[in-house]
Design a protein around this ligand. Structure first.
Ligand SMILES: Nc1ncnc2c1ncn2[C@@H]1O[C@H](COP(=O)(O)OP(=O)(O)OP(=O)(O)O)[C@@H](O)[C@H]1O
Length: 307
């Protein structure tokens, strides 16, 4: 197996706090690999170790077959990094952000200009090439940061929460570009706390919580293993959720009581709704949907991903 990232028992400690608590991962060439988890799960700390900007405290870590403790500069030269917060140079134009960055990699000026033009086309910013960065929308800045991460034609691109803070339309544009990169065979490694992002983009992912991996696999395999086919969401206008939960006993495989709704895990949602009606429960709101990674996370940790 051609593992671009190989980690065994990887640990990151800050003083006496353990942010990453002995994780094992293998990322293969050409796949999109995700770290899914809530804030503070240890995703960014892991990414920073992979990006060779933060040394591991313990365990084994190999990136592109090299040792980050010894070969940091050589590894970084082959990576594209899209950090959680855009750190573009706001005094430069859109194009200059790419050409200037290219110089850090020793790319000749003429090649850099050509590559910048191609990348701006790719991220659909050609028309803004000569404008300053400041007035760009959040989505445009994100796309420019992604373009910048591609300047050195990296073997692997690291994206820390690529669409956090973007509106739905801007998120879709970013997803679409990342999907295109994936189709071109670029290995993508991303962190996210959005289950839909993980489902859309990742071939395989690990679910992290409290510095540990609590589950690993493809989105589909995780849903099949840890959830049911459908979920019925019930909202009750009055009375205690717990009292309703008791009346729903025996319905479906599993039941979760959240502060604002009850989730019923079932094979057939419509059948379950009919049974709810037979029991004269009369919920104020009913929604039948397919299981998602959110349900996997809830099942594994007892908490929702985004509170
Ligand atoms: N430099 C640091 N010093 C001390 N603690 C840190 C440091 N960096 C991160 N942590 C702590 O480690 C834990 C994991 O943080 P990390 O940023 O890796 O989580 P995350 O899953 O990426 O969450 P987020 O979505 O907020 O970035 C957090 O509790 C955080 O406060």
């Amino acid at each position: 197996m051609d593992a671009l990232i190989h980690a065994r028992g990887l640990v990151k400690r800050f003083d006496d706090f353990t942010a990453v608590d002995g994780i094992d991962i293998d990322v293969r060439r050409g796949e999109a690999f995700g770290f899914l988890g809530p804030n503070g799960a240890g995703k960014s700390s892991t990414m920073r170790m992979i990006g060779c900007v933060s040394p591991p405290t313990g365990g084994v870590l190999r990136i592109l077959g090299l040792d980050p403790r010894r070969d940091g500069p050589a590894i970084r030269a082959k990576l594209g990094v899209c950090p959680q917060l855009d750190n573009l140079d706001i005094e430069l134009t859109v194009r200059e952000n790419l050409t200037t960055y290219a110089r850090f990699f020793g790319i000749a000026r003429r090649v850099a200009r050509q590559r910048a033009a191609e990348l701006l086309e790719f991220v659909q910013l050609t028309e803004r090439a000569d404008s300053k960065v400041e007035p760009l929308s959040g989505g445009m800045k994100r796309r420019l940061t992604i373009a910048r991460a591609l300047v050195n034609e990296p073997e692997m691109v690291l994206l820390d929460e690529p669409t956090t803070g973007l509106d739905p339309q801007a998120r879709h544009l970013v997803w679409e570009r990342l999907f295109r990169l994936k189709q071109q065979g670029v290995t993508l490694v991303l962190t996210t706390h959005y289950m839909d992002e993980a489902e859309q983009l990742c071939d395989r992912l690990v679910v992290m919580d409290g510095g540990k991996i609590v589950a690993a696999g493809s989105p589909r395999a995780l849903i099949e293993r840890y959830s049911t086919r459908e979920v019925v969401e019930l909202r009750f206008a009055t009375g205690s959720q717990q009292a309703y939960a008791e009346k729903l006993a025996g319905l479906g495989e599993r039941l979760e009581v959240l502060p604002d709704r009850i989730l019923l895990y079932v094979a057939d949602g419509d059948e379950a709704v009919a049974e709810v009606q037979r029991r004269s429960l009369d919920p104020a709101g009913v929604l039948v949907r397919r299981s998602s990674l959110e349900d996997v996370f809830l099942h594994l940790t007892g908490r929702t991903l985004v509170d």
